[in-house]
Design a protein around this ligand. Structure first.
Ligand SMILES: Cc1cc2nc3c(=O)[nH]c(=O)nc-3n(C[C@H](O)[C@H](O)[C@H](O)COP(=O)(O)OP(=O)(O)OC[C@H]3O[C@@H](n4cnc5c(N)ncnc54)[C@H](O)[C@@H]3O)c2cc1C
Length: 382
């Protein structure tokens, strides 16, 4: 690519939009296509957690830390993203959970994550809205929050100008060297075309992705599947809570799922409550700028996914959130599900492949895509 070149981006989610931001930083003209009127995929359905705390030590943590720094920089010229360095508190309700946290703060990378183990009183002085009963909390100052429902338009507004063309309602249906054709028959050509088509295993990207369910031909029998799989999550949002939460929140179940907490003490955690185990639930809670609470999540791996949402999992998550805050929650205002795709059976943190000369496919960042998107986009333009 030369510095007066053009980059064509397919996909208006956070990966596509961060590619637009980074391409403009490098001086390229940008055309971005989105098949919907605006992004409606995982990027607008998530918590908006820029989540450093749970990332696996090594390259995953490094990518998240780089992304955290980029988010802060980018948000300075796009304040509508709602970026705030609020940090997070993971709350321990039992001694074994506290033991995992003690081990996590003793790890060599605890400083990078800005981890601190807090007593119950210290937890309450950091986040006075926590009036429930608990034994302590893991404070991660490196974590941050953005507003997923408005971050994409805010980033596009910051890009607005003659060098950026946003084309909603355009579905890329054909790809060839350095170009894609949309459903109207218009060709969009660039020095580089980046496909950020999200959790779609059909359509344009489909032939270039291997589903994790089907073992690749070169894998021995019984090997762990590798490729991409999709994950479906349930979420909800309450009406505004009168009080301000100063941090994002997680419950002790999250210690079971995030790789950062893969310490020997984790094996001593008792089994999860049956209802949480059935939906692979962990409580994550983020207060939106209007005071409402985004609460989730669950994890479903077996396709075909349900088309409806399950109340049992919601009952569990709402009870957990209410117990941490020590108050009755405001009424639930909306519920939804979202799907992301993630790479499995590989050390890669996301999928990147060349699908034609001058055309690259970038997807599959899993549950860390909102966090890592700016750093993933940066890697495209290295
Ligand atoms: C419920 C939920 C909670 C999550 N919470 C977090 C979190 O708090 N923090 C975090 O880091 N990550 C989180 N994630 C993960 C994160 O949201 C995803 O990794 C990320 O949003 C993926 O971004 P994307 O741009 O690849 O996909 P998407 O947001 O799905 O965007 C892909 C876009 O491409 C468009 N498209 C597809 N095909 C075409 C085509 N042929 N032509 C034109 N347009 C096309 C689609 O319409 C879509 O808008 C969460 C995910 C979910 C589902």
């Amino acid at each position: 690519m030369n510095e007066s070149g053009r980059v064509v981006i397919v996909g208006g989610g956070i990966l596509g939009t961060m590619h637009a931001v980074l391409a403009r930083r490098h001086g390229y003209m940008v055309t971005q296509l989105e098949r919907e009127p605006a992004g409606r995929g995982a990027s607008v359905r998530n918590f908006g957690l820029v989540w450093v705390s749970g990332r696996r030590a090594g390259p995953e943590l490094a990518l998240a830390l780089r992304a955290r720094a980029l988010w802060e920089e980018i948000a300075a010229s796009a304040p509508g993203t709602g970026f705030r360095p609020a940090g997070s508190l993971t709350i321990a309700a039992s001694e074994p959970e506290l033991a995992v946290m003690r081990a996590a703060v003793a790890l060599p990378d605890a400083k990078q994550r800005e981890f601190e183990l807090l007593t119950p009183d210290e937890v309450r002085s950091v986040n006075p809205a926590l009036r429930g009963e608990f034994l302590g909390g893991l404070y991660c100052r490196a974590d941050a929050i953005v507003e997923p429902r408005v971050a994409l338009p805010a980033l596009r507004a910051a890009l607005a100008g003659p060098s950026y063309t946003w084309l909603p309602g355009r579905e890329a249906v054909e790809v060839t060297a350095n170009a894609v054709r949309d459903q109207r028959g218009d060709w969009h050509r660039g020095d580089l075309v980046v496909l950020c088509t999200g959790a779609n295993f059909t359509g344009l990207a489909g032939p270039h992705l291997s589903a994790a369910g089907a073992l690749a031909a070169d894998q021995p029998p019984g090997a762990e599947p590798r490729g991409l799989r999709r994950v479906r999550l349930q979420m909800l949002q309450t009406l505004p809570l009168a009080e301000r939460l100063t941090t994002a929140l997680a419950d002790g179940d999250s210690l079971r799922y995030y790789p950062a907490y893969d310490v020997p003490a984790r094996t001593a955690l008792p089994p999860q409550a049956a209802v949480a185990a059935a939906s692979r639930a962990q409580l994550l809670l983020v207060q939106r700028l209007d005071g409402s609470l985004t609460i989730g999540d669950t994890h479903e791996y077996d396709e075909p996914f349900g088309f409806d949402v399950d109340e049992t999992a919601y009952d569990h998550l709402l009870a957990r959130a209410s117990a941490l805050l020590g108050v009755a929650l405001p009424r639930v205002q909306r519920r939804w599900a979202g799907v992301y795709s993630e790479v499995v059976g590989t050390t890669a943190l996301y999928h990147r492949s060349d699908v034609a000369p001058g055309v690259v496919l970038v997807t599959g960042p899993g549950g860390r895509g909102m966090t890592c998107s700016p750093a993933i986009a940066e890697e495209t333009f290295l």
